[in-house]
Design a protein around this ligand. Structure first.
Ligand code: A3P
Length: 297
């Protein structure tokens, strides 16, 4: 990424995101019932958005007409620091109260942290996040940006100089909040969600106030939501294969929806990073998270 990064309240941003963060801090007013889906980029944001949207709308739409079948998940759940900045009157389809954001916990608008609104954070192993980010930025770069060698990008990432980085501080902010305010902040790991989707989906639904009833469970609703939001299903929908969405930073102002769906696997870092690079990231992670009780296993 050749754009300059700016340090604000301990985290790095490119200009248009920083503008959005400050705008949200100054203007965003939380409404009762709002739900915030938070993440570090490339940690499973698109998936979490789809799951939360599918849970909340399951009784509003017939399964064959859920907006997730025709709209990109990012168009179902607006981004606080991007979409709200562009259009403060924005809301998701049907006026839903779901918001997504990459803003670190300590920089969230006070109206969110002072409220009792639910916050869900998804995090992912830094090795897979870096690799996912690398591929994603290359995709953007194909349109506009000149290349940075992977070694340099890796070094910057390790030093925390990446979009919304350092990742470890981002994760720890929400992790600590989830320990201090467990009724407000739910912390989920991408890997756990992949390994036991049923358990985590039910937990998510209950936490955000849309629990699945026993009747719904016996009708197989949990499984249906998981299938609707699965990587295989979403990535093969026409809207996500060939559609585009507005993105200020790419040429022509449009981004291919398929940039958000690559492999969706655990451990894909091995196909790009050397074992030394993997070890280096693991060592940083161990050091940074030491004593917090959080691990990536
Ligand atoms: P990979 O690049 O490793 O494939 P984000 O949504 O935060 O931008 O993260 C993108 C990552 O999540 C990409 O990872 C993408 O493939 C993966 N992803 C997108 N949709 C997913 C889904 N439904 N299930 C699991 N992973 C998904």
């Amino acid at each position: 990424w050749k754009k300059p990064l700016y340090l604000y309240q301990g985290f790095w941003y490119i200009a248009f995101q920083l503008e959005g963060v400050i705008f949200a801090q100054q203007n965003f007013q939380t409404q009762p019932g709002d739900i915030f889906l938070c993440s570090f980029p490339k940690s499973g944001t698109t998936w979490l958005k789809a799951l939360a949207f599918a849970i909340v709308t399951r009784n509003r739409f017939d399964p064959s007409s859920n907006p997730l079948l025709t709209k990109q998940p990012h168009d179902c759940v607006p981004f606080l620091e991007m979409d709200y900045f562009e259009n403060p009157a924005i809301s998701g389809p049907g006026g839903l109260s779901l918001w997504a954001t990459h803003i670190p916990y300590a920089s969230l608008p006070k109206s969110i942290t002072d409220s009792s609104c639910k916050i869900v954070y998804i995090c992912r192993d830094p090795k897979d996040v870096f690799v996912s980010l690398w591929h994603y930025l290359n995709k953007l770069r194909a349109d506009k940006f000149e290349g940075t060698p992977i070694e340099r990008a890796f070094e910057l990432y390790c030093n925390g100089s990446s979009l919304y980085g350092p990742q470890w501080d981002h994760v720890l902010g929400y992790w600590k909040a989830s320990l201090e305010r467990p009724n407000q902040v739910l912390f989920i790991q991408y890997e756990d969600m992949k390994k036991d989707s049923i358990f985590h989906l039910k937990k998510l639904a209950e936490f955000i106030g849309y629990p699945l009833s026993l009747e719904e469970e016996s009708e197989g609703r949990v499984q249906k939501i998981i299938e609707l939001c699965s990587f295989e299903n979403l990535s093969n929908l026409e809207v996500n294969k060939t559609g585009k969405r507005t993105h200020r930073e790419v040429e022509g102002g449009k981004m291919d929806n398929n940039a958000y769906f690559r492999k969706g696997e655990i451990g894909d870092w091995k196909n790009l990073l050397t074992s030394e690079m993997g070890e280096k990231l693991d060592n940083i992670t161990e050091k940074k998270l030491s004593g917090s009780g959080l691990t990536f296993s």
